[in-house]
Design a binder for this molecule. Structure first.
Ligand SMILES: [Zn+2]
Length: 73
């Protein structure tokens, strides 16, 4: 995949965490779970045995990351 910012080739991989990964418009100070009533959405659901993850692409040239929410898990 080509980076949409600098057009260099991106490396494919995964965004991973030992906890739930979610998008939020505001930084959470204490609660570390998505609050869907505030518009948060889960990128990688929590799993007690394995890391949560989402497919992603990273550009080493401009240090941008694209998370592919539509990719198969
Ligand atoms: Zn780039």
């Amino acid at each position: 995949m080509k980076c949409p910012y600098c057009h260099n080739e991106m490396e494919s991989g995964m965004l991973q965490s030992g906890r739930q990964i979610f998008f939020s418009k505001k930084r959470k100070k204490f609660l570390m779970l998505a609050n869907t009533s505030e518009g948060d959405f889960v990128v990688g659901p929590m799993d007690w045995l394995y890391s949560s993850y989402s497919r992603a692409h990273h550009c080493t040239a401009c240090n941008k990351m694209i998370v592919d929410l539509a990719a198969e898990k």
